[in-house]
Write a protein that binds this ligand. Structure first.
Ligand SMILES: Nc1ncnc2c1ncn2[C@@H]1O[C@H](COP(=O)(O)OP(=O)(O)OP(=O)(O)O)[C@@H](O)[C@H]1O
Length: 305
């Protein structure tokens, strides 16, 4: 049975179509990344799965339970780190975890959960005194209680320091190893690339890609990235590159005279020939596999994350 099944879901807010006939199946045991530029509709879909919002058309299920008609059954499978989480000012971190254990009828050890999310030493402090990252770790700890079948995480690393982000990745992998399915939205594409089995890219409410990272690369004709340093980079050279067959994107790197070109595997030589034809001296060049970030830019037409 699919962990998440979304069937023809549209969501309209007045004249704005936030989701447009989205179909998506996340299989049990997957680590699935849900990506898209700001305003693409990611939180809207997560809110529908949590029954915080109703679809205008279509339906969604979690392990077969309809998210709108049977939200209690759908929620039984879930651990959630929502976007706008809040902590109770008067409770300590430990009391939050104990509350989650009671309400899920679970038997976890609260200290062990606090340890896993890296706030064991702060467990007896009031959550109102926590930093943003500590509060986020606490809410993640509450999501882990009761070994949920599916973790829904909205931007799980957004408030975390680099150590916290690495710990988050470890927790996602540990949870997946014990059998949990993980569905998370993120703008930190390096982490998504490192941990996800498959990703979906949403843009303007429509799904534009659903695949493994290698599958995305293959659909882009091999997805190669050329990093080329020239004697002098100008807008005209970028235009020449963008007009070369097989080139998908050409954008200046941080260093002023370097350009990063994503293209199909067999267009590499054509790129160098086009530069030569335009009278450009190539000082240096190397190739890399296109990263998820490169492909994201390509699929979303250069939209900001
Ligand atoms: N309650 C609402 N009422 C009206 N419009 C809304 C509401 N919630 C979301 N929207 C609109 O729906 C669109 C999708 O928003 P959503 O929050 O789902 O995007 P997102 O992909 O999660 O973006 P981000 O990456 O910035 O968090 C946006 O245009 C947003 O303004």
């Amino acid at each position: 049975m699919a962990a998440i099944e979304v069937n023809g879901v549209s969501k309209r807010y007045g004249s704005l179509l936030a989701l447009d006939r989205v179909d998506l199946a996340v299989e049990e045991g997957e680590i699935f990344g849900f990506l898209g530029p700001n305003g693409a509709g990611k939180s809207t879909l997560l809110n529908i799965l949590l029954d915080f919002a109703k679809p205008t058309h279509g339906s969604a299920t979690i392990f077969g339970a309809d998210c709108q008609r049977n939200p209690v059954a759908a929620r039984e499978h879930l651990g959630v780190l929502p976007e706008g989480y809040a902590v109770y000012d008067r409770l300590t971190g430990r009391e939050h975890i104990e509350y989650a254990i009671r309400s899920k009828n679970a038997d976890d050890d609260p200290v062990e959960i606090l340890r896993r999310v890296g706030i064991r030493e702060d467990g007896d402090r009031k959550a109102s005194d926590y930093s943003k990252g500590m509060a986020q770790r606490l809410v993640l700890g509450m999501a882990l209680v009761g070994e949920p079948d599916l973790l829904l995480l909205d931007e799980p690393t957004s408030g975390l320091d680099p150590n916290g982000a690495a710990e988050m990745r470890r927790i996602i992998e540990e949870e997946n190893e014990r059998g949990a399915t993980i569905f998370f939205s993120s703008h930190i594409l390096e982490q998504v690339q490192a941990v996800c089995d498959r990703v979906a890219i949403l843009q303007g409410g429509e799904l534009v890609a659903v695949d493994t990272i290698q599958g995305l690369r293959d659909s882009l004709g091999g997805g190669t990235k050329l990093i080329i340093t020239v004697d002098e980079l100008s807008p005209a050279i970028l235009d020449t590159l963008r007009g070369t067959e097989g080139v998908e994107t050409a954008r200046p790197a941080e260093d002023e005279s370097t350009v990063e070109v994503t293209c199909t595997n067999d267009a590499k030589m054509d790129v160098l020939v086009a530069l030569h034809g335009a009278g450009v001296d190539v000082v240096n060049f190397r190739t890399e596999e296109a990263s998820l970030e490169d492909m994201f830019i390509e699929y979303t037409g250069g939209s900001r994350q």
